[in-house]
Design a protein around this ligand. Sequence first.
Ligand code: FE2
Ligand code: FE2
Length: 211
Amino acid sequence: MNIKNHLLAAAAVMAVLAGSVCAGNNQEALRKPEATTLDNLQTAFNGESNAKAKYEAFAAKAEAEGYLGAAGLFKAAALSESIHAAKHAKAITALGGAPKADVKTPAVKTTRENLKEALKGENHESKKMYPAFLKKAEADKNTQAMYSFKGAMAAEKMHAQLFSKALSNMKDWKAKMKFLVCQTCGYTTMDMTIKVCPVCAQPRGQFTEIE
Ligand SMILES: [Fe+2]
Ligand SMILES: [Fe+2]
């Protein structure tokens, strides 16, 4: 066998090996069952329950550091997450499940670090997690889960915007600030002139004021 044939033979062996690795990965993927909407609701319920605990701890830290506006934002976000958790819990119960959350003690850092951590979480939830969960719930035609995921996704997007705003100019967030949280879907805003919730159409009277 000349050198060219040696190289061709070696390439053929590599191709076979690569094929078997790929086939192995595909089989792995096939074996892994897709998460059900009930699984996704449990993941979301656990996430929202932990986010509520985390934001309450971050609010206390922000207050201690003199960032009263940031403390208000964390309090508003904590209320919003508790509304999401309650809605997910109802959707879990409707599917015959029991809501379960493993609430961990939050790791509290400086308010700047806490805002960064919060922003990261909100971006993950609003851009990746909830869109995927919503797609599955739509495929399942589970309107209660769809409604629950949609409301949370819209609120998390607003939380991300507000956390980002606070991070971009922290010194302004030492002053007290007011927030409105929709009691139905958790939508959070600083627009005190709001007439109806843009997500669930509840009137202004259904909003809780937080500062
Ligand atoms: Fe959030
Ligand atoms: Fe709402």
